[in-house]
Design a protein around this ligand. Sequence first.
Ligand code: ATP
Length: 150
Amino acid sequence: MSIKVDIVTPEKMLYSGDVEMITLPGTNGQMGILRGHAPLLSTLDIGEIVLHSREGNEYLAVSGGVVEVRPDKVTILADVAEAGTEIDEDRAAAALERARQSLAENPPPQQVPEIMASLRRSSLRLKVARRHAGRRSTSGLNYEGGGESK
Ligand code: ATP
């Protein structure tokens, strides 16, 4: 039994289809949702969305937003999101390097949260792009999980 999923960004409809299960990064932790799930609303963290279907998994990166779960449908309004197919790895690697450099330069404390968020977004994009390509992440970097262990 499948559940319908719509993933929308301010720019476009990123995904619309039926999946067996979706996992997504709620701000209170990673959630796995199957058809028949109890209704809920949650905000989203920076993290990975996985669309599980019989044909295989699809990986997306999301950076904030909200999710509405109904028993037959999941609607994600993402602040920023990319499908694994559209992630530019060089751009993400450059953003990661910039963020690491900024942290190394002893930034003012009020800038640290934004630098950490940039670190998490770029690290996540690299992970999702590599997962999409069927490779395991070899960087050893994993900043995107916030307080959770992944
Ligand atoms: P950068 O420093 O590389 O601009 P960023 O984390 O500041 O990255 P965001 O503000 O999160 O970028 O996103 C701005 C827009 O660019 C969004 O539409 C996002 O989907 C897109 N984007 C950001 N990084 C990438 C990437 N590596 N590949 C593809 N699209 C990206």
